[in-house]
Design a protein around this ligand. Structure first.
Ligand code: NAG
Length: 337
């Protein structure tokens, strides 16, 4: 009797925890890039995020001033390692420990770390084989520090051979030998896969083959049918291609987190980068994100809009105009988070 009461209490507590982590895992945040010489200080940026209900951010590398500003904010953070640090993280367990001691442990009680990302868009590349051992060393060091933070890496669409139709999704031959053991490791440890997904580039480069409303997520019409599944937008189709590729190599439970997506507000010539398109895409992303993809319905999307600010040190053209905000913190266009 006592046992069964204890059992129900424990079961209930597990249920509550699970519901909380489920709720906490979804929602739309933003990338906090800093390639500008006129950006506000991190404490102002974090205040801005809080005032605009931006509850998740991704930072590309560990910067102490940003981590300090995040303390006590409650904002969930994906924190990246520098790509050049990945081989050392892989080869030297002591460096993995030092990396945590510098960037995570001092902040672990006051910053809500969603995930550590080992490198950004490193697959395929010369150093891609370092990602998995770097993740393993960081995992060992995290366990030693009694911390439980998911570890992942950020990949781009080039890891897939044929993203169309989604059910044909398989790993690109140049990426497969890296990706298969990586995603199996993620499956075994319950880690997500971080993915940069840009319908903007697909549309910009193929405007005759792709409908703008399909790229912008602004139609409810099924444009692509793939077996039993119907697609109204390109983002869902590209995520499902990756879910198919994960399933085919025994990693069906790996959750995809969209580390970057977005739409620039200014470009050159016939570039579809306009303020209207950027506002429509990002607003639809927030609205649509709660529904999940046709292959993972009801499983809300976790995604990070690129980016908080227009960054003036990026190349001219659309590159420098991905921001939701100008450096003076006024809106480029309005989006409700
Ligand atoms: C690979 O890692 C080494 C060691 O950190 C670094 O010197 C080199 O530049 C990296 N290569 C690439 C392509 O990033």
């Amino acid at each position: 009797m006592q046992h069964s009461i204890l059992y129900s209490v424990v079961a209930f507590m597990l249920l509550v925890t699970e519901l909380q982590s489920y709720a906490g895992a979804h929602g739309i945040g933003a990338n906090y890039g800093r390639q500008g010489d006129n950006l506000p200080t991190p404490d102002k940026v974090i205040q801005l995020c809080k005032s605009r209900n931006i509850q998740r951010i991704r930072i590309f590398d560990p910067q102490q001033d940003v981590l300090q500003a995040l303390q006590g904010s409650g904002i969930q953070v994906i924190i990246g390692t520098l790509n050049i640090d990945v081989p050392t993280l892989a080869n030297d367990p002591a460096f993995a420990t030092t990396w945590l001691q510098t960037n995570i442990i001092p902040f672990a009680s006051s910053v809500n770390f969603r995930c550590i990302s080992v490198g950004n868009e490193m697959v395929p590349s010369q150093n891609a084989s370092s990602i998995l051992p770097a993740m393993q060393n960081l995992r060992t060091a995290l366990i030693a520090a009694n911390l439980n933070i998911p570890i992942s890496t950020v990949v781009f669409q080039n890891v897939l051979a044929s993203p169309f139709p989604p059910s044909a999704g398989t790993w690109h031959p140049d990426a497969a030998s890296i990706m298969v053991p990586l995603v199996q490791y993620m499956q075994a440890n319950g880690y997500p896969l971080l993915y940069n997904a840009y319908p903007y580039f697909a549309y910009r480069d193929n405007p005759n083959d792709i409908r703008l409303d399909y790229a912008l997520m602004s139609t409810s019409e099924v444009i692509v049918t793939d077996g039993a599944l119907g697609y109204t937008n390109l983002l869902d189709a590209s995520l499902d291609a990756l879910y198919w590729a994960l399933e085919k190599v025994g990693a069906p439970n790996v959750e995809i987190v969209v580390a970057e997506t977005g739409w620039p507000s200014e470009g050159e010539g016939h570039d579809p980068a306009t303020i209207d398109n950027a506002r429509i895409y990002n607003s639809n992303l927030i609205k649509h994100g709660q529904f999940g993809t046709p292959k993972r319905p009801g499983k809300g999307l976790e995604a990070y809009i690129f980016a908080l600010f227009n960054e003036d040190l990026k190349p001219k053209g659309s590159e420098a105009h991905w921001g939701l905000f100008y450096p003076d913190m006024s809106e480029v266009y309005h989006v409700d988070f």
